[in-house]
Design a protein around this ligand. Sequence first.
Ligand SMILES: *[C@@H]1O[C@H](CO)[C@@H](O)[C@H](O)[C@H]1NC(C)=O
Ligand SMILES: *[C@@H]1O[C@H](CO)[C@@H](O)[C@H](O)[C@H]1NC(C)=O
Length: 478
Amino acid sequence: MGFKDYNRHNILTKQYPHTFHHLKRFLSISFFLSLWLLLLYFFRLSSTATTTTTATATAVPSQINGPDSPPTQPIKKCDPLIAKFYVHDIPPKFNSDILRDCHHLNIYTDMCPHVLNRGLGRPIEANPPGPGGPRSWFSTQQFLSEMIFHARLESHPCRTWDPSQARLFYLPFYAGLYASSRFREKDIHVRDSLAVDFDEHLSRLDTWRESKARGEDHFIAIGRTAWDFMRSENLAEDIGGNRLLKLPRVGNMTVLTVERQPWSGAHQRGVPYPSYFHPATSDEMLAWMDIVGRAERPYLFSFVGGPRKGLEKAAVRDSILTQCAGSGRCLRVKCDPGSSACHDPVRVLDVMTRSEFCMQPPGDSFTRRSIFDSITAGCIPVFFNQHTAYTQYEWYFPAEPSQYSVYLTGDKANVIEDELLKIPREKVVEMRKAVIDLIPSITYFHPNATDFRFHDAVDVALMGLTKLVSSTSRHVVA
Ligand SMILES: *[C@@H]1O[C@H](CO)[C@@H](O)[C@H](O)[C@H]1NC(C)=O
Ligand SMILES: *[C@@H]1O[C@H](CO)[C@@H](O)[C@H](O)[C@H]1NC(C)=O
């Protein structure tokens, strides 16, 4: 059973029969609900029975349904698929002190509203797009997964306070916020100084020196792309980044990043950009999956984005913009410089829930936050470059790209509408179901969420890290 298959919540998605007409849908939902009530009833019966007859714990291990289905009970205990991890208490200059200067963390954006709520940002008070309301929907900024990871890991059931019990070690360094605050620093020694301090800090940790996995069991999560931490030796190519990921020790850690460097990023693992939905309960997640599963999608395709000047890999954007403007079946949100339309969560999700396919061309870098907004909206992503998703998020997406996405290159990218219309109806329905199945695993749950029967983006990363250290330590022993 492939690792990714574990996250396909097949049982839960049987309730989304997109092809059925309303009556059938109603009947199947009622059927599912009755089944659910029955199950709840039996669980109650069996746990009462166990407590009265035996003194043993009654927790149902999550594997009881086989690896193909989600745990049936809220994940309150540490899932056996996730190794115990330790959160290193590192000096505040690596995290909380950075936030104090939130007005100056990014040369384009005042980050103060975005770092609120542990990186979720401001709640969406007016017209939240779905269930849970402003408690679960936030205007989350795209580069803040590093803060959200930190918050989630602090209250995660697999956290241990005893390093000798841990197999994974997390260091909460807000390296992305640090990097973007220094993009205009001309003196590269000053620009690199905190990164160098961090590398030295690692050398002083017992768990690092005694690492059973050559450092791979120590990890950081960075909210920006790896490119910002791999400054070239050739200063003519300097775009403001630092050398964090090229430092001798950090280079041997596992680095979770929203975009890995596909050629030399062996220790880098892709994790989702955060979208806007941060539910606190499974019911909110299920209700949202139901909404996007039933959404009317009058538009064949949509594009939320703007042109990019002088970037070879982004040339396809011009073609998409032209094709979209010339088609009656395409919906477009213009991202003119300075316009906020593309950052309005309600607008973006509305467009994506009304479209069958969402265009995901590369931009300044290969990946886009928009990939995860479109999955959240149940819109099938269309990719134009291998490195936008296929070489990035192996822990999250099915190994077979055609299960959940469309890949258009060469001439096909010039006839988007024709290519999409060629896909049989049944195949579209099947792909959308696969996309909706992915929603929980690419979502960052609210850090205070307690009632969860799904694995979220952080859980999936922890499961991936667990597999990684399991294979590395076996290798070392052998
Ligand atoms: C989580 O709950 C605590 C305690 O109620 C609260 O102080 C904190 O603000 C909550 N976290 C978020 C991100 O809302
Ligand atoms: C990083 O890993 C390589 C290969 O395992 C090893 O040779 C090197 O000494 C390590 N660097 C540090 C600083 O641990």
